[in-house]
Design a protein around this ligand. Structure first.
Ligand code: NOJ
Ligand code: CA
Length: 673
């Protein structure tokens, strides 16, 4: 399995000798080679014998310890393999296969300082994960990381889809599409397609007590890990022993396979630490929300206050009538008046309601109606204040039977506020080490009360839902709210970009389903009505909002039926076709019935596609309820042109689907008795 070569050249000292160790993926599609060249560790990745990642450096810049990169030697190495299957409590598929070959190598300095670390590669047929593990050692106790020296040199030219890191916003950008060589400093996941059709995505897994990795373009197609900043003169501070997050590279020959290869990220996370989490039920919710984004209601108290007792009861009635479990109520707690963003939420009280919101009465009413309130904690990035109030805030919700909370950290990048031991205000980044610790505190405190968390303005997802299945969703990209007030708003290609970039990292609370297609003022949702329905299948989340105003749903009862029907928990997911930023079609099987669902979306280009229905159970007949773009539909001029039809189909049929410009299709397949 491992091939070791030790080449001692006469003119170099033994420490600088070239060493290399290789390991192949289970079906020998990918191979990783660890090479020590001139005392510096490099890795390379080949696919079917051809380079994908050219030799790229490994190492660290340590504060007070200089570089941890030179004078390295492979002291020991070992390989092993694993092929297992594990079950998700909820997800895009019930079972996940974890099939890899592992190479673990111990690297040690052969110079005055004798520091060492392990580098561990897990090689899958569709991707690679690697991480550093620092063992306990007398010569390295307090590890202060100024930055990582980990590099990624893409061996083949191509195109990249990416958003900038280290800019004013967190992750809420439109996706850039540039040559790989023209990427700047990017967040992960960053997706690439090489000229010969290989699809790559770079990301990380298990980001725990560490700072997020950005990819900084160095030159040509070479990138270096750049850790998100902290308020200190370093990025990460840890005590040995500890591992870094896994650096992941997904490598497939199609966009559809790239999406599926994301299982790698879940596989590299620790198994569920919470035990039985059946208390979390995937669900759909409505809310006192879109009206605020339309500026028809306000978060702050006053004449247009959205979160009043009466308005909450109306929303609860609506949810009960149409079968939604949750009602999100934003703006019920004091602190929104004045400039809550500019003042970093210093006035928020997470347990005190505005006088026109009787939280006890609303909670009692929800209980009576069989509906759950979805709690809301907007912090404006004031994580320090939130931590100080956390127990009190969670206890209140818990007592009222509220078992899911949307949190929020609206603040510019670098605008997360905390106070130090002396009470001085200190500023951090949304994706730095402080915030990865903060989120873990919140997730664990919520889990102990059987509460699920959906984080807005989060740190990016790195698969921690496997370990903490109550961290159910996040925002972390431009969501539907940008259709209300974004400048510019989300264009028709946005969701086809998201699927192959942001969505590779995990569920997103995109908040689809605006059937009125109406934003704030004259702003319009750049979509047909059929596409709004398709998004429930295309953009996965175990909690999905029906984002529009209740009265708008009652104007579109026919289309609304699909939103009522569509499940949020899946037995199985298949990507039937797709190209990054252009279009994608998903088929997903409901976890709680025999029904299948299909969702397809396109960008600004109309498309005709043939979709074989071979995912359906053989020998069974299904009623297909099809919600598709009408013949004259297009997002600009005729977005409400929706055709709804019913047909009997089976696995041997092929469906001809027409997607309008900015359009989509949504289908429910129910077995016929
Ligand atoms: C931004 C969130 O994404 C949005 O959903 C929320 O309504 C506002 N912050 C206020 O918390
Ligand atoms: Ca496109």
């Amino acid at each position: 399995m491992a091939i070791v070569a030790l080449l001692t050249l006469p003119w170099v000292t033994p420490a600088a000798a070239q060493q290399s160790v290789s390991v192949e993926s289970p079906d020998k599609i990918l191979s990783v080679t660890l090479v020590i060249d001139g005392g510096i560790a490099h890795y390379r990745v080949d696919r079917k014998g051809a380079p994908v990642i050219a030799p790229s450096r490994l190492g660290f810049m340590l504060k007070g310890g200089g570089k941890l990169e030179r004078g390295m030697k492979i002291i020991a190495h070992a390989t092993r393999s694993l092929d297992e299957r594990w079950e998700q409590p909820w997800g895009e598929s019930r079972f996940v296969r974890n099939n890899f070959t592992e190479l673990r190598a111990t690297l040690g300095e052969q110079i005055k300082s004798k520091r060492r670390f392990d580098i561990v590669f897990r090689v899958y047929d569709d991707g690679v994960g690697f991480r550093y593990e620092f063992p306990d050692q007398p010569q390295l106790k307090d590890v202060i990381i100024e930055d990582e020296l980990t590099e990624f040199t893409v061996a083949r030219p191509g195109t990249a889809w990416w958003i900038p890191a280290g800019e004013w916003n967190r992750y809420e950008y439109l996706y850039n599409r540039t040559a790989i060589a023209e990427v700047g400093t990017a967040h992960t996941p960053i997706t690439m397609r090489t000229e010969d059709g290989l699809h790559l995505a770079f990301h990380e897994a298990a980001l725990v007590d560490y700072s997020s990795m950005w990819l900084r373009h160095v030159e040509g197609q070479r990138f270096r890990a750049q850790l998100s900043p902290s308020s200190q003169a370093w990025k990460v501070r840890r005590t040995t022993p500890f591992p870094t997050p896994w650096r992941t590279i997904q490598i497939t020959d199609s966009a559809a396979a790239l999406y599926q290869s994301s299982n790698l990220i879940l596989n590299l996370n620790e198994p569920n630490k919470l035990g039985d989490v059946s208390w979390f039920r995937p669900h759909k919710y409505v809310g006192i929300w879109w009206a605020m984004h339309l500026a028809q209601a306000s978060w702050e108290s006053g004449p247009n206050h959205g979160a009043t007792t009466d308005n909450a009861k109306c929303h609860i009635d609506f949810a009960a009538k149409y079968g939604f479990r949750g009602v999100l109520i934003e703006g019920w707690n004091v602190g929104w008046n004045g400039n809550w963003i500019g003042d970093s939420g210093r006035n928020f009280d997470f347990a005190k309601a505005y006088p026109d919101f009787d939280i006890e009465a609303v909670a009692a009413y929800a209980r009576k109606k069989g509906v759950r309130i979805v709690g809301h904690h907007e912090t404006a990035g004031n994580a320090g204040l939130y931590e100080a109030q956390l127990d009190r805030a969670l206890d209140l919700y818990h007592r009222l039977g509220i078992d899911s909370i949307k949190t929020g950290y609206v603040a510019d990048a670098g605008g997360v506020l905390r106070t130090d031991e002396e009470g001085r205000e200190i500023w951090e980044w949304h994706d730095g080490q402080f915030m990865t610790r903060h989120h873990q505190k919140v997730i664990e405190a919520a889990a102990s009360r059987h509460i699920a968390i959906n984080t807005h303005e989060p740190v990016k997802d790195t698969g921690l839902r496997r370990t903490y299945p109550n961290w159910v969703s996040r925002e972390g990209a431009r969501g539907m709210e940008y259709a209300a007030w974004g400048s510019p708003p989300n264009p028709p290609e946005h969701e086809a970009n998201l699927v192959f970039t942001r969505m590779l990292s995990g569920p997103m609370d995109y908040t689809p389903g605006v059937l009125s297609l109406q934003g704030k003022g004259d702003n319009r949702v750049a979509s047909t009505i059929a596409k709004q329905l398709a998004l429930y299948v295309v953009l996965y989340s175990p909690i999905q909002m029906a984002a529009d105003l209740p009265e708008n749903y009652e104007k579109h009862m026919d289309a609304f039926q699909f939103i009522r029907d569509v499940p949020v928990d899946w037995e199985e997911t298949r990507v039937l076709n797709g190209e990054v930023g252009d279009f994608v079609t998903f088929a997903r099987k409901d976890r709680n019935s025999r029904d299948w669902y299909l969702g397809a979306v396109t960008d600004e280009t109309a498309r005709d596609m043939r979709v074989p229905l071979d995912f359906l159970e053989k020998g069974r007949r299904y009623r297909a309820q099809i919600y598709r773009d009408g013949a004259g539909a297009d997002w600009k001029n005729s977005p409400f042109d929706l055709a709804i039809e019913s047909r009997t189909v089976s696995a041997t049929d092929t469906l001809d689907l027409h997607l309008a410009a900015g359009g989509g299709a949504a289908i429910r397949f129910t077995p016929v008795k």
